[in-house]
Design a protein around this ligand. Structure first.
Ligand code: NI
Length: 151
């Protein structure tokens, strides 16, 4: 888990300055009416952080838990990420992930073997949930790094 924590810290350290340098207009640009802007993608990553935070903490206190999935479009819509303040989203995403890196680094080995059932997915160990968290993060960080076409 130490390596995953280090990888997560590295993602925040390398991404945060790029997000801060991105103009609000680029962050708010929707490539199509039914596609997410960069604000909405970063908001989705905050939702991923908050849902996984619950899994990382609760699985240490009580094993073998069942967690709800989260309906990503609804979460983004309810929280109005499309019109959220870009700086606030960056602050929240960066701080949340710095904290999650601490939580991950300090996970007791016994907890990482606990089984998590999430939504309709097959049961997986907490260690696999933690690893998937960073894989999912990388998928969306690649989207955030893509340039917005000039309009
Ligand atoms: Ni996603």
């Amino acid at each position: 888990m130490k390596q995953v924590a280090a990888a997560l810290r590295e993602r925040v350290a390398s991404t945060e300055p790029k997000l801060r340098a991105m103009p609000e207009a680029e962050a708010a640009h929707k490539p199509a009416p039914d596609r997410w802007s960069k604000k909405e993608i970063l908001g989705h990553l905050i939702d991923s952080a908050s849902n996984n935070h619950q899994r990382f903490v609760r699985s240490q206190l009580e094993g073998g838990l069942t967690f709800p999935g989260y309906e990503q479009e609804g979460w983004a819509r309810c929280q109005h990420y499309a019109s959220a303040d870009w700086g606030l989203l960056i602050d929240l995403w960066s701080s949340y992930n710095r904290h999650l890196a601490e939580v991950i680094e300090l996970l007791p080995p016994a907890a990482t073997d606990e089984t998590c059932r999430i939504g309709s997915y097959d049961p997986m160990t907490l260690a696999a949930v933690v690893e998937d968290y960073v894989v999912h993060l990388d998928h969306h960080l690649a989207q955030l790094a893509r340039p917005v076409p000039a309009s």
